[in-house]
Design a protein around this ligand. Structure first.
Ligand SMILES: Cc1cc2nc3c(=O)[nH]c(=O)nc-3n(C[C@H](O)[C@H](O)[C@H](O)COP(=O)(O)OP(=O)(O)OC[C@H]3O[C@@H](n4cnc5c(N)ncnc54)[C@H](O)[C@@H]3O)c2cc1C
Length: 604
């Protein structure tokens, strides 16, 4: 096969000429209203563009490619008919592609219930610059992974499209060989509260830190993209683990709430102010290398909008992905509930506009009535719009997100078009408008990476088990979710409203100290973890999973990692040999700084 070229038109001179051209959608130079979706790389192979218009077609995405040889080009688009995959009517999200202003096929994204290349017909191209345009036709989450153009007779787009296969594609221009991005004391993957806490605290103790986050914003579920407010108390403690969390926490008055209340800019500023942190925002970690001992030596990451791949080497690593991806790839011991986990939520908001507005009823929507869903009071569809309890939390995550979209759109349509809950609004929702619906899902439960201690709910409830390395105070009740019976009947196959079962195991004024040994892997020797993927059983997950608690875990991990660098030792050694010194570091106020690991050594 002749060269496949990925050409984002930064200038024709950077391009290599070829007759087969591959354009990654997330690398379009103008994305218009299309959103970059990075949530499902592990299952469909790539970040992609998502026309998340909440019922209104989004503005076009555009880019240019360099065409060397004039001729007739076959065009394919890698896409999916997501509503058909769910077994609903086909074609929820359709779109068209135009080349040099001419539509090549009117409707794409209809009829393929899995990610696949769809033929979009032929186009005659002159040599020089060709402009590609994606035009959303529905406003309901059309998707484009990539576009393939070829003038070669019989050429086909690449069949294998997972990340590992893509790395072997013959990229020129935006992609290229994996380059070395340097070596760090600590490499943190995931920029939620756990990841931010780990990165900031290690950096303030003089460690060189890489922080990799696959979104353009920090905060994870606590960012404006997901809009979960950070909960958990920070009761008086002998340790100063809460200070940094107080710096980064949101100012939200509700969850969800308007974007600005989640303080994305503040989080960004605080992290960027740390000279010891190299921030790899918009980078998706996709793999790692290990030494014979099982120790991780590097993380590989894709810069999403350029396609460049980098390798980040490190002494210590922290899995703060929530999903436990790093541990999974490193074969860390871990557990996953088979069924009946807590699900994913895509919260949404609505408000009354000055004028009546329309919301299009669609054939793929569920026929819902008021008895099928609780009224989204105060314009908020909150945390309990949750589904995916029995679906695989990684393999089937996109399906779960899509069911959340279907149920949210269907409920809103029922309010607008079928009078559901009409008595709750003087205008019977004639003016109601969807103002926000998260396309990034908030996840709660994937897998637990196992450490030297697996904290159990009964340890906490009995209050008898206190560990010598107890440090981060968890204060939330044991809070686990199940489908809400009242709403299951209408949708027994796909329940989408949950109920929380709280067991008040913890006195929130005091808290229960989670042991340090839950924060490192028992068999991957240099892997820390902070976040919902730490070493706990399911009941304990119910309390430790709130974000202020997770932020404190991060701080504990970051400081312990700095101490590891002082002694050139591994996370387990901190407990076995240096616990007193670790406790002294955990006691430090959050603002205190040490310029380097060498200086920290002198200070101890
Ligand atoms: C709807 C909902 C309501 C909730 N209510 C509350 C509440 O009121 N208060 C509260 O405190 N908690 C609440 N929780 C729980 C809490 O949000 C989560 O437990 C918490 O966010 C987990 O934190 P984390 O840092 O482990 O993961 P996350 O917050 O998910 O952060 C992990 C980050 O890592 C990134 N990432 C993942 N994989 C990669 C990769 N391969 N490369 C690079 N980056 C990657 C992700 O994009 C993400 O930004 C709620 C959760 C949900 C879903």
């Amino acid at each position: 096969m002749r060269a496949i070229t990925t050409l984002i038109f930064a200038g024709l001179s950077a391009a290599a000429w070829a007759d087969s051209i591959l354009v990654e959608a997330e690398q379009f130079s103008q994305k218009g209203g299309w959103m970059v979706d990075t949530q499902f790389v592990e299952t469909m192979g790539s970040p992609y563009l998502n026309a998340h218009g909440m019922g209104k077609a989004v503005t076009d995405a555009e880019t240019s490619v360099a065409i060397k040889t004039a001729g007739d080009y076959e065009l394919w688009v890698r896409t999916i008919d997501w509503s058909e995959r769910l077994g609903r009517a086909e074609g929820a999200g359709t779109f068209s592609v135009a080349v040099n202003g001419v539509e090549v096929k009117q409707t794409l994204g209809k009829g393929a219930p899995q990610w696949a290349w769809e033929s979009a017909g032929k186009v005659k191209l002159a040599a020089g610059e060709a402009k590609l345009r994606l035009q959303d036709l529905t406003g309901f989450n059309a998707r484009v992974d990539a576009i393939f153009l070829s003038s070669e007779v019989g050429a086909k787009p690449p069949e294998a499209c997972m990340m590992s296969a893509r790395l072997k594609w013959d990229y020129v221009g935006s992609a290229g060989p994996v380059t070395d991005a340097g070596e760090f004391d600590l490499v943190v993957v995931g920029g939620g509260y756990g990841g931010m806490g780990a990165a900031i605290s290690a950096a303030r103790l003089g460690a060189k830190v890489a922080l990799i986050q696959n979104r353009e914003v920090l905060g994870g579920n606590g960012s404006s993209e997901v809009r979960v407010w950070a909960m958990g108390d920070t009761p008086p403690s002998e340790y100063g683990l809460a200070d940094i969390v107080k710096e980064i926490e949101d100012d939200a008055k509700a969850s969800p709430a308007p974007a600005e209340q989640f303080g994305d800019a503040k989080k960004d500023q605080i992290v960027r102010a740390e000279k010891n942190i190299t921030l790899f925002l918009g980078h998706h970690a996709y793999g790692l290398e290990q030494a014979k001992s099982g120790a991780i030596t590097s993380i590989s990451a894709l810069e999403i909008t350029s396609g460049k791949c980098i390798k980040i080497r490190g002494h210590l690593f922290a899995d703060c992905t929530g999903h436990g991806f790093i541990g999974q790839w490193a074969n860390a011991d871990r557990t996953m509930e088979e069924k009946g986990r807590m699900g994913m939520s895509n919260m949404w908001m609505w408000a009354n506009a000055a004028q009546p507005t329309a919301f299009p009823r669609q054939s793929w929507m569920l026929p819902l009535s008021a008895k099928d869903f609780p009224y989204p009071r105060r314009g908020h569809a909150e945390w309990f719009w949750e589904s995916g309890y029995d679906r695989h939390p990684i393999e089937e995550l996109e399906v779960t997100r899509d069911w959340n979209l279907v149920s949210s759109y269907s409920a809103f349509s029922a309010m607008k078009n079928d009078g559901a809950h009409a008595e709750r609004d003087p205008q019977k929702h004639a003016h109601a408008e969807l103002t926000w619906l998260a396309y990034i899902g908030g996840t709660r439960e994937t897998q637990q990476l196992l450490g030297d201690v697996i904290l159990k709910g009964e340890d906490i409830e009995s209050k008898k088990t206190l560990f010598p390395d107890g440090c981060v105070l968890t204060t939330w009740s044991i809070d686990l979710h199940i489908p809400e019976k009242q709403y299951v009947q209408g949708n027994p196959e796909h329940p989408f409203i949950s109920k929380a079962i709280h067991r008040h195991a913890v006195d929130k004024r005091v808290g229960y100290p989670i042991p340090y040994r839950c924060f490192y892997s028992r068999n991957v020797p240099n892997l820390f973890m902070a976040g919902r993927n730490i070493s706990v059983d399911r009941d304990a997950l119910g309390t430790i999973r709130v974000m202020k608690t997770i932020g404190m875990m991060g701080v504990c991990v970051g400081r312990s990692a700095a101490l590891c660098r002082v002694h050139n030792c591994l996370p387990r050694d901190i407990y076995e040999k240096h616990l007193d010194q670790a406790k002294n570091l955990w006691r430090m106020p959050g603002k205190e700084r040490v310029v380097s690991i060498e200086a920290l050594k002198q200070k101890l």
